[in-house]
Design a protein around this ligand. Structure first.
Ligand code: NA7
Length: 550
């Protein structure tokens, strides 16, 4: 058994930041990473056109101003290879690789109540004992491949956007089919279309998208951002989404149609995701949202020449932003190409794969390559893959049978000293995850400092605290339009998954204040114990329950 202070799972952005921070506190840290290299989702999502839809300067670490100053982003929205170069640079610069065990999947972990240590099992048979277990496994990291019959019969190539192979994939001369029109499908469509013989996009739900307005970063812009990086970070941290956009304080319904048109036009041309904050109530009120939908539909309509195609591509039956919109670079225009066709799965559903392609109710589409851009088992998929067992033999799977229950998205009652970074119940995918990640890790570091100073051994969410928080997450979602639409925010992406709202929709600023308040109140909603729970109970050592909790 290898003894460490912190066992971290996942070497993506969150895992590396956690490794850096925990090591800086003098802790012995080991990171288990199932893949052969760094990057997490960015390692696996190497499909053509993969690009971050958060601006590069904001989708980067804030913990080191030297790093901020020395790294030069080439584009407003970085592509996947550049993001991988960045994360590799960070690992080299801070000498992080030496603590990472690659090609090592955590298959299980259980909390030993006698020693207050997590015993973690690697897929290769090795075992670690750790005081703290930190799960940095990502929110969209377990891919979803629909159970369409006949997949084994297909003789061509099959890929998934989220498990893209490391080798070069050639599209030349091939008939390619993409299933799915979320961000991944929308990003790859304009890049693959010019390279292949024919592209068929299999669409079930037309999706909203705002143009990325991507561009190279000029020397002047780079200098300007770097001269004011601290204030940019502060603005991001104090914006609801962590993206730096301050919502318009006006309602979309209180302005004249002319003013609204101008505001939407400006947002459409520049803001990407920020378009949703053109008015404060776009994500809160259906009538306000309808004004945005009307504008977006008119804009998309102008991009597609053929009226029949246009009608099929126009999103209609859910509010803008209620499911994750895309930020695209030429998606709709691609359908004006003569080698691109749309297969509307609402009219002609897929029946099965054949040796030569995909059969829908209208007939066979002959293909040489099929790409699943069908998304992920979001939020909980990667947390529930390993067998994680807490106190009293309770597994996380059993605990979350009816949906994830967490205290602030970071901890779970019954699972002492286990910390989830950007877990369900935190702003997570409704925020710039970089902001959420760094805030949560800093908060945990402060908690561990307190525990060290006061010789405390365990922290654990209280049942009362996590129930109240889980209700709060649902209540906040009900104030928004997110609630109205089935999506991966509420478990609708997987048949049989509990339908509860998973990310916290109250914004990163409000969330940070709650974390700060929790700390100021002596970690309300958590128990901090001077000995392991069993020892404390057996010997009568009093556990410290902050006032009003537990
Ligand atoms: P998404 O946003 O979950 O999109 C998945 C897409 O796949 C979506 O269009 C789905 O249609 C479609 N889908 C899923 N299952 C099926 C089946 N069975 N048949 C046809 N179509 C299907 O995942 P993405 O990877 O695009 O985006 C996640 C990204 O968000 C992530 O990589 C980051 O870039 C941010 P539906 O809408 O369910 O009808």
């Amino acid at each position: 058994m290898i003894d460490v202070d912190v066992l971290l799972v996942g070497a993506g952005f969150a895992g590396l930041r956690a490794l850096y921070t925990m090591r800086s506190r003098g802790m012995r840290v080991t990171v288990l990473e199932a893949s052969a290299d760094l990057g997490g989702v960015w390692y696996h999502n190497g499909y053509p056109g993969a690009r971050c839809d958060v601006e590069s300067y904001d989708y980067s670490y804030r913990f080191s101003s030297e790093l901020e100053q020395e790294w030069r982003w080439s584009e407003r929205y970085a592509q996947q290879p550049e993001i991988l170069s960045y994360i590799r640079h960070v690992a080299e610069r801070f000498d992080l690789r030496k603590d990472i065990e690659f090609n090592t999947r955590m298959i299980g972990a259980h909390f030993d109540e006698d020693t207050s240590r997590w015993v973690v099992e690697g897929g290769d048979g090795r075992r670690w004992a750790a005081r703290i277990l930190m799960l940095c496994v990502g929110q969209l990291s377990t891919t979803k491949r629909p159970d369409i019959p006949g997949q084994n019969q297909f003789k061509g190539e099959i890929y998934h956007s989220g498990e893209w192979p490391l080798h070069e994939v050639s599209f030349a001369g091939k008939r390619v089919g993409i299933i799915g029109t979320g961000s991944s499908g929308m990003q790859m469509t304009p890049v693959i279309a010019p390279q292949c013989a024919h592209l068929s996009v299999f669409q079930r739900t037309p999706n909203y998208s705002i143009p990325a307005a991507n561009a190279p970063v000029s020397e002047e812009e780079d200098r300007a951002v770097k001269a004011n990086y601290r204030s940019r970070r502060e603005q991001a941290a104090n914006s609801p989404s962590g993206l730096g956009f301050i919502p318009n304080k006006k309602s979309a319904l209180e302005v004249t149609p002319e003013e609204r048109e101008q505001v939407y036009e400006a947002g459409w041309n520049r803001l990407g995701f920020g378009f949703a904050l053109s008015y404060y109530d776009i994500l809160l009120s259906k009538p306000a949202n309808d004004t945005a939908v009307d504008f977006i539909r008119r804009k998309i309509g102008k991009l597609v020449a053929d009226p029949t195609l246009r009608a099929k591509l126009l999103p209609a039956d859910f509010p803008f932003g209620a499911r994750r919109p895309s930020v695209d670079s030429g998606y709709f225009q691609t359908f004006n190409r003569s080698n691109v066709s749309l297969v509307d799965l609402r009219e002609t559903p897929i029946e099965h794969f054949t040796e030569r392609g995909i059969r829908t109710s209208a007939g066979e589409h002959a293909l040489d390559m099929i790409i699943f851009a069908t998304g992920f088992d979001a939020f909980t998929g990667s947390l529930l893959k390993p067998q994680i067992t807490g106190r009293n033999g309770m597994t996380l799977k059993a605990k979350w049978e009816n949906g994830p229950v967490t205290q602030y998205g970071v901890a779970v009652s019954g699972f002492p000293n286990m910390f989830i970074v950007v877990g369900p119940g935190s702003p997570s995918l409704l925020s710039n995850v970089m902001v959420s990640t760094e805030e949560q890790i800093d908060w945990l570091a402060a908690l561990l400092d307190k525990m060290d100073k006061e010789s405390l051994v365990e922290f654990e969410a209280t049942e009362a605290g996590e129930s109240a928080w889980t209700e709060e997450v649902q209540a906040r979602a009900k104030e928004t339009l997110y609630w109205t639409t089935p999506s991966f925010y509420n478990g609708a992406e997987i048949a049989g998954k509990p339908r509860v709202f998973m990310p916290y929709s109250g914004g990163v600023r409000g969330y940070r204040r709650l974390l700060q308040q929790c700390a100021a109140e002596g970690y309300s909603g958590f128990e901090l114990r001077p000995a392991s729970g069993r020892l404390a109970r057996n010997t009568g050592i009093q556990t410290m329950t902050p006032p009003g909790q537990g």
